[in-house]
Design a protein around this ligand. Structure first.
Ligand SMILES: NC(=O)c1ccc[n+]([C@@H]2O[C@H](COP(=O)([O-])OP(=O)(O)OC[C@H]3O[C@@H](n4cnc5c(N)ncnc54)[C@H](OP(=O)(O)O)[C@@H]3O)[C@@H](O)[C@H]2O)c1
Length: 259
């Protein structure tokens, strides 16, 4: 298979690149940091012909469309796109940071669609292909401090679910992956307590399995999904206590200045 993975310079994306290369697939790796992408060549020396890096910004619609054309020319028809690039923002002041909101929507929502729409166009001509996107369990509840991130992932889930049904008759599968916390630059940067985080190799294996099974929606780990479900049915008075007391206790406010 020829697989395009965005956000390939670190975390989940980087591990997915190595996972698929190990299994003999051809991978196009996309992210902004060229030097981090180039490290992949050193990490997978035996699969050199199977890997090509494409430094690009997913928020730049024209640039990412050109990358897709280039990949099809360099590596052949893209079978699978994994739109994984994403960012997070913790709102530590009471009022909404509009610039952060714009950045998150541009990256986590438009960045995914800037990537998948041109890929879907070529897949529709061929009548086959698969789109997968890494969303988050955060898509299911607006949680204080990361409400902006939740909003971006909720928008992503809605649009992808619509696409799942729309593209089925065209032979294109759409898979939405919603992980809980995983140890990556993202969670380390946000100072998420380690005991909430899954280790990355196991998480990537689960993601790859759900993609291979062409699942419509895959949420994990089970216990974090269950917590989410419980949160959903709590009356507001109890929810307020959970948000204002329990979550503040479980996730102490990061001090980015001392990080
Ligand atoms: N870690 C978790 O607990 C967790 C949980 C649920 C969902 N997720 C989701 O999983 C995805 C990957 O996150 P991660 O944990 O692996 O974080 P990470 O280590 O910070 O990786 C994020 C990746 O996205 C890329 N990226 C960000 N903005 C980009 C842009 N404008 N254009 C191109 N690439 C861009 C970054 O590369 P450059 O900076 O080089 O561009 C990087 O490779 C995200 O969508 C995240 O929301 C993560």
């Amino acid at each position: 298979m020829v697989i395009l993975i965005t956000g390939a310079s670190s975390g989940i994306g980087r591990k997915l690149v190595l996972y698929y290369l190990d299994r003999g697939h051809t991978v196009a790796a996309v992210a902004r940091r060229k030097e981090k992408l180039a490290e992949l060549y050193l990490e997978a020396p035996t699969q050199l012909g199977k890997l090509k890096i494409y430094p690009a910004d997913v928020t730049n619609k024209r640039q990412i469309a050109e990358v897709i054309t280039e990949i099809e020319k360099d590596l052949g028809a893209i079978d699978l796109v994994i739109a994984n690039a994403g960012i997070v923002h913790q709102q530590l002041t009471a009022n909404l940071d509009l610039e952060a909101f714009d950045r998150l929507m541009q990256t986590n929502v438009m960045g995914v669609f800037n990537t998948i729409v041109p890929a879907i166009e070529v897949m529709m001509q061929r009548g086959c292909g698969q789109i997968a996107a890494i969303s988050s369990l955060a898509a299911f509840h607006p949680i204080p401090r990361i409400g902006t991130y939740c909003a971006s992932k909720a928008a992503l889930n809605y649009q992808l679910t619509g696409l799942y049904w729309t593209l089925k008759p065209y032979g294109i599968d759409v898979t939405t992956i919603c992980p809980g916390f995983i140890t990556t630059e993202m969670t380390v940067g946000q100072q998420v307590p380690k005991n909430w985080c899954l280790e990355i190799d196991g998480a990537v294996a689960k993601i790859a399995r759900a993609i291979a099974q062409k699942r419509r929606l895959y949420c994990f780990p089970f216990w974090q999904q269950q917590l989410n479900d419980i949160l959903g049915i709590l009356p507001d008075a109890i929810k307020g206590f959970v948000f204002n007391v329990l979550i503040e206790k479980a996730f102490p406010r990061p001090n980015f200045f001392n990080a």
